[in-house]
Design a protein around this ligand. Sequence first.
Ligand SMILES: Cc1cc2nc3c(=O)[nH]c(=O)nc-3n(C[C@H](O)[C@H](O)[C@H](O)COP(=O)(O)OP(=O)(O)OC[C@H]3O[C@@H](n4cnc5c(N)ncnc54)[C@H](O)[C@@H]3O)c2cc1C
Ligand SMILES: Cc1cc2nc3c(=O)[nH]c(=O)nc-3n(C[C@H](O)[C@H](O)[C@H](O)COP(=O)(O)O)c2cc1C
Length: 792
Amino acid sequence: MRVLVVGGGPGGLYTALLIKRRNPHAHVAVVDRNRPDDTFGWGVVLSDLTVANLRAADPTSAAPISAALHHWDDIEVHFGGRTVRSGGHGFSGIGRHELLAILQQRCRELGVELTHERELAPDTLDAIVASEGITLVVAADGINSTTRTRFATTYRPDVDLRRCRYIWLGTPRRFEAFTFAFAETPSGWFQAHAYQFAADTSTFIVESPWEIWEREGLAEMTEQESIAFCERLFDFVLEGAPLRANASHLRGSAQWLRFPRIVCSEWVHWLRVEGRHSVPVVLLGDAAHTAHFSIGSGTKLAMEDAIALDARLAADADDIATALTRYQAERSVEVLKLQNAARNSTEWFEHVDRYARLDPEQFAYSLLTRSQRISHENLRVRDGAYVAAFERWFARQSGLTITPGTAAPPAIFTPYRVRDVTLPNRVVVSPMAQYTATDGLPGDWHFVHLGARATGGAGLVMTEMTCVSPEGRITPWCTGLWNETQRDAWTRIVRFVHEYSTAKIGLQLGHSGGKGATKKMWEGVDQPLPEGEWPLMSASNMQYLPGVSQVARPMTKADMDRVTDEFVRATKFGLDAGFDWLELHCAHGYLLSSFLSPLTNQRDDEYGGDLVNRARFPLRVFSAMRDAWPAHLPMSVRISAHDWFAGGNTDDDAVEIARMFRAAGVDMIAVSAGQVVKHEKPVFGRMWQTPFADRIRQEACVATIAVGSITDADQANGIIASGRADLVAVGRPHLVNPAWTLTEAARWEYSGATWPDQYLAGKHQLDRLLARERAAAGVPVATAGPPKGELT
Ligand SMILES: Cc1cc2nc3c(=O)[nH]c(=O)nc-3n(C[C@H](O)[C@H](O)[C@H](O)COP(=O)(O)OP(=O)(O)OC[C@H]3O[C@@H](n4cnc5c(N)ncnc54)[C@H](O)[C@@H]3O)c2cc1C
Ligand SMILES: Cc1cc2nc3c(=O)[nH]c(=O)nc-3n(C[C@H](O)[C@H](O)[C@H](O)COP(=O)(O)O)c2cc1C
């Protein structure tokens, strides 16, 4: 076995030493263009888990690495003249220089051939492989890998150059905690990420969106001027200590880089060699993938790639192709997980202006949970006192009187007031069509369904999309509100909710538009009715299922007048029925949504074209309803914040839509996404639509309801506590468990939720069972989250 490793960074060196350790007779060579003691950059962060992995892979090099690690526990956030500190995070830092020296030394001991100051041009690779009889090439040549570029048709790299420019500096200032500092300039926000990695040195990375960086004149500055700028800006944490650069190979403003997020579809290229079998060239570390430095995982990923590659080569020693396929399969999953967390984290730091209006307490909490990987309960395990203090602060903001030292309710169990309505907590039963009405009349099913969810503890129970006319229904079995009989049936349900629960009840009104006249969901979602269908109308000609659905005709102005009147009529019936809250459905491709999206609106009158025109009819309907709905009661609008298809609305448009509705008097935006066109390409995941609710809340300055795969109270608490939304809507979990809110309260040991007296015996038994489960498991509550020491 003859192995050539291109690049002597942590990934390359560690691969070489592991392979050589396991195969003493193999010839393993590392080539690096730098001198052995060159170091660009300062310290890196390693988690306890990574250190344990290193210890298992090679105890000999792990020992000096562990000895050189500088440990710290706390994170400090300096923002708006305040410092918020939270503990229990457990990081370790090591100088890159020191790490490389340890790995080089270990390589030498094992007999790895190290060549420095030799740049290996990828077009010379074929000749070297042929002449030296190389059987495996490991391309660990870093973020700007020229090997990756040469074989780009195989690797198919996807490079996303991120918005911020950053500079990697060092300082003799010793930081006791991992420090995030935020400083505002006339052009916008700059932030520093600082941590100590040696007795007298800390890393100090400064970054800002490129356009702010340019406006501050940094593009024209020399290295010294840049450093002086950063020293002045961050003197409030540097306290007079100087900053230093050490990337002397980069001149002036070139030291300010933009981070490329890199993903490769393939990690192995087979190099054809005359007269021999093809030789694999396998990517490793930053050459294969990158994860933004704000989650501090680049070195960890590179070294863990090395561990996996070595293990696979050993396990499939006789079949290198299988070994490499398995290496890629195993590592790409791990990388994807971190890249997802890194994406949220990167975006957070790219948009500090979005969060700068939050109070320092909430700003810091939002920062700590930015990747959605560290949950509320995970933070509590790390630093219970910090979370308890934060919960007290949050509860006070929600209007509760909390005496110092007493426990406050978790964020979702704080009340929420809007106009004259106070919800007892932040949980909403998301609107969910039941397809069980006759002639639009809610029946016993709806009475029990909505009643059970109200007594189940949610703060707000929303009806399914209730249609304003017979032809505005999705199916013949949808509920409606166009006559007195329906009004009276709704009144019975509303009365029950008010009499037997603490919940409020909201009415969602909508019109199906071009998605009407279909079968029940479980008999064929979106499939047209076999008989009894009615003519459809939409913003423009629309056929939801190409070649299958009925073609809807464009609405005329007379249609618009009539439909507006129908919405107003339903609003008045809703008021008579006693509803506390009104929601207008402008999402999911139904009538009003079809106006908002450019994918379904091709009109050439004043209701089509730019976003202002496309929003004109939905806004007109909203305003007419707002006029008919009393000023003391709230109104929300549900939108699709992203069409998930090229040329459709994105979250940029959603912010504008939210602004327009806010100007028209909306109290909240319920932020859903998609279902506008059938060929959409949504990106699902836990809490997947919450980032849209967050962005709309911060940028359009309007309260939001988050929805979509929010499945437990821990996630919901994180969303509310961080200010990503004001309410969380929970859909499918409520289909399974009407008492979702009460069950979650018990599961997370919150005793303040209001149980119906009739169910208290059940509560007591549940409390006992859960206590027994916790005692058996030996933990307070199950907490998901990354291992301590990962900067997420
Ligand atoms: C600002 C910043 C902060 C970071 N902070 C952290 C952190 O806290 N924790 C963390 O884990 N990671 C951090 N990283 C990431 C980390 O530095 C990298 O992810 C890590 O070094 C990747 O290791 P690697 O071996 O794959 O590549 P590199 O360390 O980049 O090594 C590649 C090597 O290949 C050599 N090379 C390239 N081309 C050739 C060629 N043609 N011929 C010969 N040699 C060549 C280069 O000289 C280099 O030595 C940070 C990165 C940045 C930019
Ligand atoms: C059976 C069912 C019916 C639904 N009906 C409606 C509806 O009438 N109006 C609406 O706005 N959303 C409707 N939705 C979407 C949900 O309100 C919610 O946004 C979606 O299910 C995602 O939330 P979840 O992951 O908590 O289920 C429906 C969803 C389901 C599963």
